[in-house]
Design a protein around this ligand. Structure first.
Ligand SMILES: Cc1cc2nc3c(=O)[nH]c(=O)nc-3n(C[C@H](O)[C@H](O)[C@H](O)COP(=O)(O)OP(=O)(O)OC[C@H]3O[C@@H](n4cnc5c(N)ncnc54)[C@H](O)[C@@H]3O)c2cc1C
Length: 496
């Protein structure tokens, strides 16, 4: 009798075309699965999308790219000839303090240390030592916590991981980031500068573990990058790769339910149709995944109750003037950082003198603004919108932001604003379904947060996997891309 080895192609439904959803789609298509992405919006990318106002183009969310190699890896895996083009920034950030102190973080850490020594009177060797510690932390944690699931016991049985685990006591788990920074540096401005890295995952440096001092390593040792056409190019590039691999993306399809039979995910129901699949991947914030798409009996109450990361209030301004003192990334510090974070995480109010971040991609991407003008993305950290209500503080916040910019840059910025749009926590939630507009899922304000993030799979529902900023290993572009890699590593090739 003749037997045929028929290879049945398994199907995967992915909910959400955020960076985590797109990267997972690419990886699973390469593994031989037939992949469909369901996206509620009419465009891809979730938080990583773009906005055009008159003659100005803006990246709507993320502005800083680190570890671009993770995107190159996807290009390489997919076998595409379509190259992802980006440049490394020579000057990473321009810092401004209220007393007139200004300094620039250069890509060369020795130049940066010299600048800190000159402006803030900190020994160069102290700065270098601090940045080296950051790199030491990264080398210990990357393999254990960032590149694999920490919910699979077998992952802890290899030599590298065991070696990393033996080094855990060196990670200063019992000091906060602020404690470690203030014992390293004598000038409070240097402490503030290094404390700011806690905001890279929406956390509070006065509560977050010193382990978060790993973040400067990514930016200062490995580099800050900008794609050739701005951050949105990450989304368009991943969409192109996915399409080349045959991934289908269905826009305007809001998933309303994940269908479950005998504790196995069997498909989904959207606003238009019912779709079966062998596997289901959620790139949706876990709060909405469990509260809206799954039966209540599966809800992980403790995980959902964890403190959320901060949110953001963003002004997109078309500015009809060029400011030579500004670069791509600019930070105008508040005078009292401790008070600012206490407002963000304890009293749940925006601070009256917020630290302001200004991103200007037109400094490098000339088509993003008309000649003689600049596209300003002006962002302040605000609490996530716990009660999910419309924002009341908008007018006051705008006034405070304008007056601080005018003070520090010695200008009258209002007269140069020719286009304006805003994005507040309410809008972030509406557009991307992240709870209360939190930017990075749960905060890392507690020493166990790295261990408490939701795993990349459901241990109660077979065939359901989770990616994106609200699950392991965390929020931000690099970690979302790593979450996709972890999920794809857990799922066997289609023909296995
Ligand atoms: C203002 C701002 C600034 C940021 N700055 C940086 C930065 O500089 N650097 C950095 O690395 N990161 C930054 N981040 C964080 C980064 O953007 C996120 O961590 C990352 O993009 C999240 O990707 P994700 O895969 O979790 O998906 P998301 O971007 O959260 O997208 C989820 C997608 O799922 C879709 N969806 C949700 N529910 C459904 C449903 N029921 N049916 C169908 N589709 C659904 C949504 O429409 C959305 O498209 C920033 C974020 C914001 C908002």
């Amino acid at each position: 009798m003749l037997t045929f080895n028929v290879n049945i192609i398994k199907t995967v439904n992915i909910i959400g075309s955020g960076i985590g959803g797109l990267a997972t789609a690419i990886r699973l298509a390469v593994k031989g699965y037939s992949v469909t992405i369901f996206e509620k919006n009419s465009y891809p990318g979730g938080k990583l999308s773009e906005l055009v106002l008159g003659k100005y183009r803006f990246d709507k969310g993320p502005s800083l790219l680190t570890l671009p190699q993770l995107i190159d890896e996807l290009t390489h895996l997919s076998g595409s000839k379509n190259k992802f083009k980006y440049q490394q920034l020579n000057t990473i950030t321009h810092y401004f303090f209220e007393d007139g102190t200004q300094l620039k973080a250069k890509k060369d850490i020795h130049e940066f240390a010299k600048e800190i020594n000159l402006k803030l009177n900190e020994p160069e060797s102290t700065v270098i030592k601090h940045i080296e510690k950051s790199s030491f932390y990264y080398n210990i944690i990357a393999d254990i916590f960032l590149k694999q699931s920490i919910s699979k016991p077998k992952n802890f049985l290899n030599k590298r991981t065991l070696k990393g685990i033996l080094n855990i006591p060196k990670l200063a788990l019992f000091s906060t980031m602020h404690q470690q920074n203030s014992s390293a540096f004598k000038n409070p401005k240097t402490v503030q500068l290094f404390n700011r890295y806690a905001t890279y995952n929406g956390s509070n440096p006065y509560k977050a573990p010193a382990l978060l001092n790993v973040i400067p390593h990514l930016e200062l040792n490995l580099g800050a990058y900008l794609p050739e056409n701005g951050m949105h190019q990450i989304t368009t590039h991943l969409v192109d790769l996915a399409k080349e691999l045959g991934v289908q993306i269905k826009y305007n399809e809001t998933v309303e339910e994940i269908t479950i039979e005998k504790n196995r995910a069997t498909g989904l129901i959207s606003n238009t149709n019912k779709y079966e699949s062998d596997l289901t991947i959620s790139d949706v914030d876990i709060n909405f995944l469990y509260k809206k798409l799954l039966p209540q009996k599966y809800t992980p109450i403790k995980t959902l109750a964890q403190e959320k990361s901060s949110s953001a209030y963003v002004f997109y301004w078309g500015i009809k003037k060029e400011f030579n003192e500004l670069g791509v990334h600019n930070v105008l510090f508040s005078n009292n950082y401790a008070e600012e974070f206490s407002c963000l995480f304890e009293t749940d109010e925006p601070y009256f003198d917020p630290t302001i971040y200004i991103n200007i991609t037109s400094k490098k991407c000339r088509n993003d603004a008309p000649i003689g003008s600049e596209n300003w993305f002006v962002m302040v950290n605000v609490p996530h919108n716990k009660f999910q209500k419309e924002i009341k503080y908008a007018d006051e916040l705008r006034k405070n932001v304008i007056s601080k910019i005018n003070r520090i840059l010695n200008t009258h910025i209002e007269q140069y604003i020719e286009e304006e749009a805003i994005l507040d926590p309410f809008g972030i939630e509406l557009q991307t379904a992240s709870f209360g507009g939190s930017l990075y899922g749960n905060s890392s304000n507690n020493k166990f947060s790295a261990f408490l993030r939701h795993a990349n799979f459901s241990n109660k529902i077979k065939g359901l996997y989770l990616v994106g900023g609200s699950v392991h290993p965390g929020g931000g572009i690099p970690l979302c891309l790593l979450s996709a890699k972890i999920v794809s590593d857990i799922i066997p090739n289609n023909n296995n």
